[in-house]
Design a protein around this ligand. Sequence first.
Ligand code: ZN
Ligand code: ZN
Length: 231
Amino acid sequence: MIKNIIKNIYQIDLGVVNCYLIDDSGALTLIDTGVDGAEKKIFKALAEIGKKPTDLKQIILTHLHPDHAGSAAVIQQMLNIPVYAHYTDAALIEKGIGMREPMTRTPGFISWLVYSLLLKKAPKTITPVSNIIKLNDEQVLPILAGAKVIHSPGHSAGHISLLIEKEELLIAGDICMNTNGLVDYSILYEDVTLAKQTLKNISKYNFKIACFGHGKPVMSSASKKMTEKFS
Ligand SMILES: [Zn+2]
Ligand SMILES: [Zn+2]
């Protein structure tokens, strides 16, 4: 299922996770790729907006987890397109490692439930992705007049969020989530202290809209709402 967030940015809802699509004058960038096998759903979503798989020109991965990087290798191989990730997670993605362990579960019943039902049994490996183009903090990619890479470690050491400055829109990844109508901590973090620092840091950027790996986008005053929640 594909939803238009703003005119050239879409959310592809894959059930367990969202990925995002940026249409820059017809050249499509896919942000995250869902779990292993998700390429079929992604291509179906493209068809819903009249696009073809070959319109995809590049993939950016927010982090190494199998629900985000799971089908990157197969899409890369099918279309022969570049894959970008922060160098810290790229090193593991290239080896097929989809998780650093142990991770710390956020306290609370919902978190326990999701962890017990879904995450505990989830795969920890991915099909290795070769020749990843490594990204650095504050690097600006030439997408929609500038997409700023923000290194946002804590959920994973090489996690990145992407700020589309012109649109005041943040693709946050898994630094937090919005699954029950309120922005909240993600279920799992590699480093809780670092994750909390990241959430404080990122809330200082100015963005109206925030999009997450899990849950619905926040469509107004997003940086303000995140500052209130996480400061
Ligand atoms: Zn994750
Ligand atoms: Zn995730």
